[in-house]
Design a binder for this molecule. Structure first.
Ligand code: HEM
Ligand SMILES: *[C@@H]1O[C@H](CO)[C@@H](O)[C@H](O)[C@H]1NC(C)=O
Ligand SMILES: *[C@@H]1O[C@H](CO)[C@@H](O)[C@H](O)[C@H]1NC(C)=O
Length: 333
């Protein structure tokens, strides 16, 4: 019985795998004469120009996460917020009036200082060679590995964008959206249903401000009542924990610092923190994927790597598009 069920789940997921694999970068394949090589991301992009690029990133990420474990989650989220607006082009790092970084949706993003430190080192070792977008992508991978998540090879060659607008960052989902919005948001960035559910699994670590769930706890639809889909015990726990909107609460209440599939198990127990987390379980389009991932931890682990590569490929600038910034905070003069 149990094995026939998991076989059914696997069969259900098969089309998603095919889709996910189809969108994998195949930059090691020979490039046809007619296309510019630079237009593709590649696993060997810095092999000649900056062979120590990954070692530099890895050393800094290790050092910073050793000092502050909670930074790992923030670094993964920073990469998501970069890729979610104008693709993975480091637009989230631009630091000027009205840039993404100053949007409401960016308020609790962290890790900017680490990126600056890596970039400084990178400029010393490989002047004007490594893009800030590639640094962010490598950092997200290394942060995942440091906390016990999967490893994956990162394809490189992203260029940095020159445009960053706060009003675009405010379109990034913040936990109050419906699933249709999430599906369409991901789809327009080349990410499918499986990517959406698997990448949401990043909420197996890290934290949220209580402000993000205040409505759920007290006044969900404006009727003065909490979200009826929250587990009663969990609701009481959250109300005690969240006295102030500025306080923090773990996204995964059961194993908050462990990279595992507990996030999905929590959803089955009505213990998703964000409304969007919980809706992934109740929605008929995403619910079966949640169940499959909850029952097959290895599947989540492996697919997270695949979906993170997909995220890192979202709408990237390559070749003559964009630039290699000298300072991640500013476009080149
Ligand atoms: C699917 C739509 C998503 C929504 C609605 C969403 C929403 C949120 C919200 C509201 C927070 C807490 C912010 C705060 O109040 O401080 C958060 C945190 C976080 N998100 Fe998401 N997120 C989504 C997708 C993703 C994706 C795709 C990733 C990465 C692959 C991700 C990684 C994280 C991480 C790691 C944290 C914890 C950050 C920390 O501890 O500093 N999220 N997310
Ligand atoms: C989902 O949210 C979008 C944007 O907020 C809204 O336009 C749409 O009507 C909503 N769809 C459903 C089914 O509630
Ligand atoms: C709940 O929200 C509604 C609409 O957003 C508002 O009119 C009402 O005053 C709120 N009720 C409470 C108890 O905060």
């Amino acid at each position: 019985m149990a094995s026939s069920l998991s076989l059914r789940l696997l069969m259900f997921l098969l089309p998603y795998f095919v889709m996910a694999l189809g969108s994998q970068p195949m930059s090691k394949k020979p490039v046809p004469e007619t296309t510019l090589e630079a237009d593709e991301l590649s696993f060997t992009y810095y092999e000649k120009t900056c062979p120590n690029m990954e070692a530099i990133v890895d050393r800094k990420v290790s050092k910073w996460i050793k000092e502050d474990y909670t930074l790992a989650a923030s670094l993964i989220r920073l990469h998501f917020h970069d890729c979610a607006v104008r693709g993975c082009d480091a637009s989230i790092l631009l630091n000027h009036d009205g840039s993404e970084r100053w949007a409401k949706a960016s308020e609790t993003l962290r890790g900017f200082e680490l990126i600056d430190e890596i970039k400084q080192e990178m400029e010393k070792k490989c002047h004007k060679t490594v893009s800030c977008a590639d640094i962010l992508t490598a950092v997200a991978r290394d942060a995942t590995v440091k906390i016990g998540g999967p490893f994956w090879e990162v394809p490189y060659g992203r260029k940095d964008g020159r445009v960053s607008l706060a009003k675009e960052a405010d379109l990034v989902p913040m936990g109050h959206e419906n699933i249709t919005y999430l599906i369409e948001f991901f789809q327009s960035r080349g990410l499918n249903l499986l990517d959406l559910v698997v990448l949401s699994g990043a909420h197996t670590i890290g934290r949220s401000t209580c402000g993000s769930i205040q409505q759920r706890l007290y006044n969900y639809t404006g009727n003065g009542k909490p979200d009826p889909t929250i587990n009663t015990w969990y609701l009481n726990y959250l109300r005690r924990k969240c006295r102030w909107a500025s306080e923090y609460v773990q996204l995964d209440a059961i194993t908050p610092t462990k990279f595992d599939s507990m996030y999905y198990t929590n959803l089955e127990r009505k213990m998703g923190l964000l409304s969007t987390d919980q809706l992934l379980y109740s929605d008929s389009r995403t619910g079966p994927i949640v169940s499959a991932l909850a029952s097959q931890p290895t599947l989540f682990y492996q697919q997270f790597a695949v979906s993170m590569v997909n995220l890192g490929n979202a709408q990237v600038l390559t070749g003559d598009e964009g630039e290699i910034r000298s300072n991640c905070n500013y476009v080149n003069a």
